[in-house]
Design a protein around this ligand. Structure first.
Ligand code: FE
Ligand code: MN
Length: 361
């Protein structure tokens, strides 16, 4: 079937069958080669919509004031060593982890998927990891923490090393020439998406998110807390992106969805949960400042089960309830409070202050 379009003096003939064949050839993996990057016609509508949502959430670290944080960091009457330790662990872990995620998105997942709209949203994901890594650099320099110290934590804190090895062991071997017609490799790729999206970003990020936001809730380190809230909002989109991608990959390659594979994924999550619990114990050697170790440990069980269910997998602790309900509220930054509007309010506040100063004179 052919359709003819007249544009000015030119005639363009659309071969409907050819267009439909191109659409049908769009796939998560093993689709048409897409060097030309034709987004249209969209097949993975969710990917384009998510790209737009992510773009609308854009933020830049240096627009968040750190003055109060710097003041508090130096004042022993305001913050304890235990609280400083949590911030140090947060900075130590995330400065490495954000880069690891970004690298895997860019050099494994984005390389191996074939549909252009998937590459589009993955490009945005990788960029957001750059923003997160940059926000840590900004926190480190604002607080005057020795940068070598962060590097050392990444290499010397055993529970951080273990978490990082857990994810990189499935990243290094999967690079662009992987044969994705082989079902074993398809499983490896699906597992990579699952580990990064659901185990790492979806579960192993949440111990520290919870602790840092709980300090923020007590008005401690407001700048750092704000940055972690923006980061967390981004992470929820990353988790959703990798979940959708995983589900579509499985849908298009049903042969990999075996009982053995499902059990393998559940066991992988269980391993990730254990590593996160060990790490949380390092972050919270004593119950302090309203942070109860036991709550954070069972929060990880709770969140891991939500991730498993999101991927159509059976939970590890059925019926477990959320021990930290306030956290869900704190994580939910409403659309209206988005970054740019927040910034406008800041500007209004500062100009209002200037007027007041003039009046004083
Ligand atoms: Fe991130
Ligand atoms: Mn992320």
């Amino acid at each position: 079937m052919q359709k003819t379009f007249q544009v000015g003096s030119k005639t363009f003939v659309l071969d409907q069958d050819k267009a439909e064949a191109a659409f049908a050839a769009k796939k998560v993996i093993n689709g048409r080669e897409t060097m030309t990057f034709n987004l249209l016609p969209l097949k993975y509508q969710w990917a384009y919509e998510l790209y737009r949502t992510m773009k609308a959430n854009h933020w830049e670290p240096e627009d968040i004031p750190m003055g109060k944080d710097i003041e508090q960091w130096r004042d022993d009457r305001v913050v304890s060593d235990q609280e400083r330790w949590i911030i140090r662990m947060g900075i130590g872990y995330f400065s490495a982890a954000e880069g690891i995620v970004g690298d895997n998105i860019q050099h494994v997942i984005r390389e191996l998927v074939t549909a252009p709209e998937l590459k589009l949203v993955l490009g945005r994901h990788a960029h957001e990891e750059n923003i997160h890594a940059d926000s840590l650099l900004y926190m480190i320099s604002s607080l005057g923490i020795n940068p070598h110290e962060c590097e050392a934590m990444f290499e010397d804190v055993d529970t951080i090393v273990a978490k990082n090895q857990f994810v990189t062991r499935i990243s290094k071997g999967l690079r662009r020439d992987l044969d994705l017609t082989d079902p074993d490799n398809k499983k490896l790729f699906a597992k990579n998406m699952f580990i990064f999206g659901q185990c790492m970003e979806g579960t192993q990020f949440y111990g520290l998110f919870g602790m840092i936001l709980s300090l923020y809730r007590q008005n401690k380190f407001p700048g750092i807390g704000q940055m972690f809230r923006y980061t967390l909002r981004d992470e929820s989109n990353h988790i959703e992106l990798l979940r959708n991608l995983f589900m579509d990959l499985v849908e298009e390659n049903r042969e990999i969805w075996t009982e053995d594979f499902k059990e393998d994924l559940r066991a992988t999550m269980a391993e990730g949960v254990q590593l996160e619990k060990d790490f949380i114990k390092d972050c919270l050697p004593v119950n302090a400042v309203g942070l109860v170790l036991e709550d954070f440990l069972s929060y990880i069980d709770y969140i891991a089960d939500r991730r498993l269910e999101g991927c159509g997998l059976a939970p590890l602790n059925p019926g477990i309830s959320n021990p930290l309900p306030w956290l869900a509220e704190m994580m939910d930054i409403k659309k209206e409070q988005n970054f740019f509007e927040g910034r406008v309010t800041e500007y209004q506040k500062s100009s209002a202050l200037e007027v007041a100063d003039d009046d004083d004179l």
